[in-house]
Design a protein around this ligand. Structure first.
Ligand SMILES: [Zn+2]
Length: 421
């Protein structure tokens, strides 16, 4: 790409991926960090790890917030992509409700062809297929698509681009519903992506997608959601500009709770049949009310991130001085941003427990903390403190660990501001 400079194996964007503008203001730099899912095998602990900067900038023309360091997507989402959506009961429940809301709102469209971009293991398409929709999934991760295929969901293993859209259209015709959840943030060339959607969408079809909402990241200090998979952090204002620039329109938007707070966006061809709901303009007004068109909120996020780091280290230092045993709870991708940014390793955490099988026996990228199955706690006895790295599930986990807390155990919750429960 001519508008990118290459440094090592990460490119650095110098222009906005939505409007092409070059007035980019860098407000956050979380340091050189390995890929968040690159857990390290024991025998590789002495070898150097590939690290890439995490620099976040806002476009002062359209308001898009971007990670400007672009790692090769094959490294991020190809062979070793680790996440099976169906492995998370919360995600399965979310997508089931989501599918039913689509069927309820667009029953006629749901009877025809539905294409899910980044379909993962088919978690959203399964209920639609049960309803009688003709479904097709596309996903680049070679380890997840066979899982969907085995469940009877036709799958294409590829990245979604205008070129793949053309092939899909030739073989399957146009789709009445195009779905794309938690994927637009992963895409560098977003114009190509939206052109692909427009190409395969029936003239009366609807494009429904979810993206993490930048306003939630901002107001809840979720800076640990910055890792190399996430290229963009969307507010509605730049998103609307993107969709409209490709001859489509957003006619409705809702806030949903997934991923720490997301937008569910409904779009169609510019001359499509739906009236634009007032909620679209109202949400943009509320974003402007937060002064997202100025530098202030971004600078403020940056200083709060620094504050989280200082406060968290202070808490951990105090506890270690008192001889307390601390274990990490969960090893999510965002946890690795937090651990690397704060410099938290085995000087504080004895180890981390996590349910995900493939992480067991490995070490966290960059910080080299061993990861064990949760059964490790039964062998060792509970620690004095858990550092809750999956803070987005805090409510459920505190409930589940009621017994631990009753017996005097504590949780350190790092985000939005470090505190102890
Ligand atoms: Zn821009």
């Amino acid at each position: 790409m001519s508008n990118n400079k290459t440094s090592g194996s990460a490119k650095r964007r110098t222009t906005c991926r939505i409007c092409g503008g070059s007035r980019l203001f860098q407000f956050l730099s979380l340091g050189d960090t390995p890929l968040a899912d690159a857990f390290v095998e024991k025998e590789n602990l002495d070898k150097p790890e590939a690290k890439y900067p995490l620099d976040v900038e806002v476009c002062e023309d359209c308001g898009l917030v971007m990670l400007v360091n672009i790692v090769d997507p094959e490294l991020l989402f190809g062979d070793n992509y680790a996440f099976y959506t169906s492995g998370s009961p919360q995600a399965v429940a979310h997508f089931r409700r989501y599918a039913h809301s689509i069927i309820e709102r667009f029953p006629e469209l749901a009877k025809k062809l539905t294409i899910d971009i980044a379909a993962n293991d088919g978690v959203l398409l399964r209920p639609l297929k049960e309803f009688g929709a003709k479904v097709l999934g596309i996903d680049p991760a070679k380890n997840v698509t066979p899982v969907a295929s085995a469940a009877g969901i036709p799958m294409i293993t590829d990245f979604f681009t205008e070129i793949t859209a053309k092939k899909i259209e030739e073989e399957n015709g146009k789709a009445s519903l195009v779905l794309a959840n938690n994927v637009l943030a992963h895409v560098d060339d977003v114009h190509d992506f939206v052109r692909g959607v427009k190409l395969i969408l029936d003239p009366h079809g609807v494009f429904i997608f979810e993206v993490q909402y930048f306003v939630k990241l901002l107001t809840n200090n979720q800076f640990d959601n910055v890792y190399h998979e996430h290229h963009s952090f969307y507010a509605l204002r730049p998103l609307k500009k993107l969709i409209e620039s490709e001859g489509m329109k957003i006619f409705d938007v809702e806030e949903v709770n997934t991923q720490g707070g997301s937008l569910r966006v409904f779009a169609e061809h510019a001359d499509g049949p739906h009236f634009v709901k007032p909620t679209v303009q109202e949400m943009i007004q509320s974003e402007l009310g937060l002064k997202l068109d100025t530098r202030e909120p971004y600078k403020s996020l940056s200083s709060r991130a620094q504050h989280v780091k200082e406060e968290l280290i202070k808490i951990l230092d105090d506890l270690k001085k008192q001889g307390k045993k601390i274990v990490g709870y969960g090893a999510p991708a965002k946890g690795n941003t937090l651990l690397n940014f704060c410099g938290i390793s085995t000087q504080y955490l004895d180890y981390i427990i996590d349910k995900t099988y493939f992480k067991h026996g490995k070490f966290t990228p960059g910080t080299h903390i061993p990861v064990f199955p949760i059964e490790k706690i039964q062998e060792d006895g509970p620690p004095d403190y858990y550092l809750l790295l999956v803070w987005n599930y805090a409510a459920g986990i505190l409930n589940q660990e009621e017994e631990f807390i009753k017996k005097g155990g504590h949780f350190i919750i790092p985000i939005p501001a470090p505190h102890i429960i």
